[in-house]
Ligand binder design. Structure first.
Ligand SMILES: [Zn+2]
Length: 320
């Protein structure tokens, strides 16, 4: 069994572990990131990867890093990352110099798509899309068995296609009504605030804003709370618009939904299926299955290691 180091680099933490080529993650080495400077993040990468490499005992064939931002995959350079405030940082080369191993860097959502395609809900589906509904919306496309990267590695940035440009919420990217602003976990919270005036006696939002997660609203909706259900209805209506647009652009066999909100499972899928069908016009209805992703938070790390096994961010089968 082959072994690689899979690294999940996020805005608040970095996690590295040995991952075997059956998609299994072994012992995690995790550090919180308070300082997002290049030096601090590189130091945290070196420490966590170093720990995982000790576990690998010399067997690791390479290191795969999933990072936020636009990544030049051939060189592992972070072209820009709004989360980190970075531009043109040679992350892959810097890490490779420290460990004398091949290092591959890819966008975190594309890595998650590769992981979910290889070991999760996408297995056996040559036309596949992953959408992760978390703080934002990350995504990736597999078309005819190939991970689509686009001209400059931007394919799959579904989060920033606008679905409500005139009456939507302001997105972190500056536009109005992006899919991410409306249908991420953060979007669900915003929908709950938007309908709050109609529920003056509701206690749903009666907590410190820092402590208010989408989970509370999702669970309250599943328990039949009126305020949460009104937010959920608007939320799933927006989610359906975005899903129908993705179907129009890609017509995959399957779209898997991941991220915190997707733990609502069938409760969410039921709410969107009929709307997605209604909004699917020129593409034959029902030709794209909607499902829940299987790997959860592990998808990015498994996908990063898979990238190392494959010698790059590709779904092409390798000969080994
Ligand atoms: Zn946006």
């Amino acid at each position: 069994m082959r072994t690689a180091i899979g690294v999940d680099l996020g805005g608040s933490h970095v996690t590295a572990a040995v991952v075997t080529d059956d998609g299994t993650i072994h012992r995690q080495h995790e550090l919180d990131l308070d300082d997002l400077s290049v030096k601090a993040v590189t130091d945290a990468l070196v420490e966590t990867i170093g720990g995982a490499l000790k576990d690998a005992d010399g067997a690791a064939i390479g290191i795969g890093i999933g990072s936020p931002g636009n990544i030049e995959v051939a060189t592992g350079t972070v072209v820009y990352s709004p989360n980190f405030g970075w531009s043109n940082i040679p992350l892959g080369a810097t890490v490779a110099e420290r460990f004398k191993l091949p290092v591959f860097v890819g966008n975190d959502a594309r890595c998650a798509t590769l992981g979910e395609y290889t070991f999760g809900a996408g297995q056996g589906h040559k036309d596949f899309v992953l959408l992760t509904l978390g703080t934002g919306i990350g995504g990736g496309i597999v078309a005819d068995g190939e991970l689509v990267l686009g001209n400059r590695f931007g394919a799959g940035e579904f989060g920033h296609h606008q679905i409500r440009p005139t009456d939507g919420f302001v997105c972190g990217c500056g536009k109005i009504g992006c899919f991410e602003a409306q249908a991420s976990g953060t979007g669900l919270i915003r929908h709950a605030f938007a309908v709050a005036p109609s529920f003056p006696r509701s206690l749903l939002l009666d907590v410190n804003r820092d402590k208010l997660g989408s989970k509370k609203i999702r669970k309250a909706a599943q328990n039949g709370d009126g305020h949460a259900l009104a937010a959920w209805k608007n939320y799933t209506a927006d989610l359906a618009i975005g899903l129908a647009n993705v179907i129009a652009a890609v017509n995959p066999e399957m779209i898997a939904l991941g991220g915190g909100v997707s733990t609502a499972g069938e409760f969410m899928l039921e709410a969107v299926r009929a709307r997605v069908d209604a909004l699917t016009t020129m593409v034959p209805k029902g030709t794209t299955q909607l499902t829940i992703a299987k790997l959860g938070n592990d998808a990015g790390q498994v996908g990063a290691a898979t990238m190392a096994f494959r010698g790059g961010l590709t779904t092409r089968p390798t000969d080994s």
